[in-house]
Design a binder for this molecule. Structure first.
Ligand SMILES: [Zn+2]
Length: 302
């Protein structure tokens, strides 16, 4: 198993197969998914849903450049509500779900019932390319298992035949034991015969979470699907759960509420506690903090 030089050991590998006709990305995201699990107190089915989504988000992020970002939302009618995640080209991902305390009985295959937790709904992807309007795409969910839903998205929204395999293995103590995935995409002009072959190979593989639990890394996952095809590794990227929130951002948001609202807050509660949706970090503001912010808001409104 290859380890990233920095970070928590989670890694994403980007490669080209078959003389550049096929793009392959594979990642181990065990520690990233486990961080999401403890930050949000996710129950096993919810942890699997967010972990799978974070892995695909990391793939989408890795295909962007510079300061571009991608935002993903899976909005379903099941008990989980929604799954939201975003990612950047540096391997930083973050995300959360509507209801973290979702755990359903195992499905007919004995696996975590992510489809049951998500239900029917839509998959939205927004790419902020840093210039002009963000690029938005959406498709109805085909299964709620996430991997298939993204494959459907790539095919129908972006005309890119793709194989997506993502998985999360949750241990008996509720922690994420293994997480990661594989994305294989046909590039324009690749020819029609490659995708059924790659799909067939991906189907024949053991579940990715099992492979990762057995110690396989991104290179092994790519190798298993590439087989006789030539592999050119383009990039290795550490993946980690990382949020952009800060106390300063929340201070600015409070000041932006304005003098009246801040005064109300001070009079009724005497203090404030704000929570970042994405990472569940709590920010506490004492009466004294609020008074300082109120003075700033007052100054601004004069
Ligand atoms: Zn945050």
């Amino acid at each position: 198993m290859s380890m990233a030089a920095h970070g928590n050991g989670d890694e994403l590998v980007q490669a080209l197969l078959a003389g550049g006709r096929v793009r392959a990305l594979a990642a181990v995201t065990t520690r990233t998914a486990e961080e999401a699990r403890w930050r949000h107190d996710l129950y096993p089915t919810a942890a699997a849903a967010l972990g799978r989504t974070l892995t695909v988000s990391a793939f989408l992020g890795a295909m962007l450049k510079d300061s571009q970002r991608v935002f993903v939302e899976i909005a379903g009618d099941g008990p989980l509500g929604f799954v939201r995640a975003d990612a950047d080209p540096q391997g930083r991902v973050r995300g959360y779900v509507g209801n973290p305390h979702v755990h359903l009985p195992a499905n007919a295959k004995g696996k975590l019932d992510v489809a049951g937790a998500i239900g029917r709904g839509m998959l939205h992807i927004v790419r902020d390319l840093g210039v002009g309007q963000p690029y938005r795409g959406y498709v109805p969910l085909v299964s709620g298992e996430i991997g298939e839903d993204f494959a459907h998205y790539f095919m129908y929204s972006e005309q890119t035949p793709s194989v997506v395999a993502v998985g999360v293995l949750v241990d008996t103590d509720g922690r994420v034991r293994a997480s990661g995935g594989l994305l294989v995409q046909l590039l324009p002009g690749a020819g029609e015969t490659l995708i059924p072959m790659l799909e067939e190979r991906a189907r024949a593989l053991p579940p990715v979470s099992r492979a990762i639990d057995a110690g396989q890394g991104p290179d092994d996952l790519i190798g298993a699907v590439a087989q006789d095809l030539d592999v050119k590794i383009l990039r290795r990227l550490p993946v980690r759960f990382s949020c952009r929130c800060s106390r300063q951002r929340f201070e600015r948001a409070l000041v932006a509420l304005g003098e009246e609202e801040l005064r109300d807050m001070l009079d009724s509660d005497g203090s404030a506690e704000l929570v970042c949706h994405f990472c569940a970090q709590h920010y506490r503001f004492s009466a004294r903090d609020l008074e300082t912010l109120l003075a700033e808001a007052t100054k601004r409104e004069q």
